[in-house]
Design a protein around this ligand. Structure first.
Ligand SMILES: Nc1ncnc2c1ncn2[C@@H]1O[C@H](COP(=O)(O)OP(=O)(O)O)[C@@H](O)[C@H]1O
Ligand SMILES: [Mg+2]
Length: 378
């Protein structure tokens, strides 16, 4: 039997990430102590960030599994303790610097996070469905992805990602719940049951600011914002808070819907944001006899893309056409996006195609060519 050393155990613990902060527990000061008995049994004391940490069992399990894998280790036992206020303050400083006021990391010069604001003119065109599916598709490729449900009144992201987990708080940092490898924050996580949110513009602005600055998003490759329909307060707030957010316009093929979508996109002209492209949703229904039924007409997505291209003076591409599929709706209702549940279904293939065209790279590769037009209108 090999003799187990503390360095061996520490090495194993260095591979254990805190499930919320997603950094090794050894770097977060969460390893309180390691005791190795002569017979190879190992005892690990772990600090939790907060007493009510909902992930106690998960952390215990991760630690046990990692240490048990070390050759020579017998029985592993784990004891949990809770950080003191000083330790938590230390952790906060380590994670986000010493600044008194939290800043919005995505708005800082040199931020490596691509931010997409998913916008539409009308409600019910599939904005939230597109958002969660793009998020899941990008996360599946190993990108670090966050979704901010900015549809304060009409929030639907937690249901579509299948979790009612609530964020925990470490000091003043809010830790976003993770579902399907996507970090997410929604006002739904802060309200009781299905109570409506009745807020005026300034309160909406404040809530968004907190979601962007007080939430510990970590090093995201991409942040998707699910905007409420229309060109209201939230869209303007986002433009102020994250000027470099790019707009992704969702529309149906219906010409009437397209006209409204065009207005939602055209707001980018005033706010000087880049329009990443247009996604046409509910484009057609595939019938059992192989024919296509165009329930909502046709051409709307291309019309919006063409008109925005002319308005902006830079190409605004039609990034994809997503067919109507019952399975997409069902997957959303059940909390697993269709790109994960049935990746080869026509709508999932189309949605993954849109994710491809966004051509987001891992942060580590930042600085390489993005392989897509980087025209930024001024
Ligand atoms: N391509 C599609 N095929 C079938 N159902 C869809 C499709 N896109 C969206 N839906 C359904 O339509 C409804 C509205 O979509 P949603 O994403 O909530 O729109 P929005 O966020 O724009 O209001 C939801 O019930 C959703 O499941
Ligand atoms: Mg929605």
């Amino acid at each position: 039997m090999p003799v187990v050393t503390e360095a061996d155990v520490r090495g194993a613990l260095a591979k254990v990430d805190d499930p919320e902060i997603r950094k090794p527990i050894t770097e977060l000061g969460m390893v309180k102590g390691i005791r190795i008995e002569p017979d190879g049994n190992v005892h690990v004391d772990v600090y939790l960030t907060t007493a009510g940490c909902p992930l106690r069992t998960e952390i215990t399990q991760r630690v046990s599994t990692a240490v048990a894998d070390v050759p020579g280790v017998g029985v592993v036992s784990v004891d949990l303790d809770v950080m003191s206020d000083e330790q938590r303050t230390e952790l906060r400083k380590q994670l986000r610097g010493d600044s008194a006021d939290p800043v919005i990391p995505f708005a800082q010069p040199g931020s490596l996070t691509r931010v997409y604001a998913v916008a539409s003119g009308k409600g019910g065109v599939g904005k939230s469905s597109v958002t969660v599916n793009l998020a899941a598709a990008l996360a599946e490729r190993g990108l670090s992805v966050g979704v901010l449900d900015a549809d304060i009144y009409g929030h639907s992201i937690p249901r579509m990602l299948g979790t009612d987990a609530r964020p925990t708080q470490v000091e003043r940092m809010i830790m976003p719940p993770v579902a399907h490898d996507v970090k997410m924050i929604s006002i739904a996580q802060f309200t009781k049951g299905n109570t409506p949110v009745v807020w005026r513009g300034p309160m909406l602005h404040r809530a968004l600011q907190q979601f962007l600055a007080d939430v510990f998003w970590g090093d995201l490759d991409v942040l998707l914002l699910d905007l409420p329909p229309g060109t209201g307060d939230v869209a303007i707030s986002i433009a102020q808070l994250i000027p470099n957010a790019e707009i992704l316009v969702v529309t149906t093929p219906q010409i009437a819907a397209a006209e409204v979508a065009e207005r939602a996109g055209a707001i980018a002209l005033q706010t000087r944001q880049r329009i990443a492209g247009v996604v046409e949703n509910m484009s057609w229904l595939d019938l059992p006899d192989g024919s296509r039924m165009e329930l909502y007409g046709s051409g709307g997505g291309q019309v919006v893309a063409d008109r925005l291209t002319r308005a902006v003076g830079a190409e605004v591409p039609l990034l994809g056409q997503i067919p109507i599929e019952q399975a997409l709706r069902e997957a959303g209702d059940a909390g697993t996006p269709i790109v994960l549940k049935d990746p080869e279904s026509p709508s999932a293939v189309a949605l993954r195609g849109v994710a491809d065209k966004l051509a987001i790279r891992r942060r580590g590769l930042a600085g390489m060519s993005l392989g897509i037009d980087t025209t930024r209108h001024l």
